[in-house]
Design a binder for this molecule. Sequence first.
Ligand SMILES: O=C(CO)[C@H](O)[C@H](O)COP(=O)(O)O
Length: 226
Amino acid sequence: MNQDDLKKRVAYEAINYIKDGMVVGLGTGSTMYYAIQSLGERIKEGLNIKGIPTSEKTAEWARSNNIPLTDFSEVNHLDLVIDGADEVDENFQLIKGGGGALLREKIVANATDQFIVIIDESKYVQILGEFKLPVEVVPFGWEVTAREIEALGCNATLRMDNNGIFLTDNDHYILDCDFKVINNPEKLNQDLISIVGVVETGLFINMTRKVLISYSNSGKVIEMNN
Ligand SMILES: O=C(CO)[C@H](O)[C@H](O)COP(=O)(O)O
């Protein structure tokens, strides 16, 4: 089973947690792509829910699957949020933002008591940091912000895409920060967020209690609770 199959399997499993009448936060990324496809099928069969997307891309996928959308002008609290992650450690601390949607993802995840993270086995790690930590920053003076971030012990690289500098849905930049090993994610998050120019970090601290992991050996999806 390749990584894509594993993503698809865990995404399909996660949709079973969505019940009629719920307002559901919809994460971003390739794992969520499969979840949205599957949710679209359930909606065709009569499931009645509303979604809040965490990115323009997710909103586009949701619309093309006829998933009704809402926003925070209509709701304050979400029944459930489902999202992928780039790394999850044994204490369920996360690195997110590989897709550049970390700010909206954090706002949405913060608005629920039930944030379900869906990953394949390769993302479950002992210590965070092999994946470069995405940090969203204000474009003005980003070079100064990057130097202050680097003083915390990393190399910070400005994210680019085919059009030049990558812009988030909120018109910010992303710095991908190579810490290699993050021994104290909570403290690092605090240190980063206190730097002027940092908008948000991809460290999601104490935000989830449930992680679904798909394994290739057994072909199973395991639900882990914290
Ligand atoms: O945080 C994210 C986007 O900002 C994604 O959840 C994360 O990057 C995982 O993506 P994928 O499912 O494509 O591996």
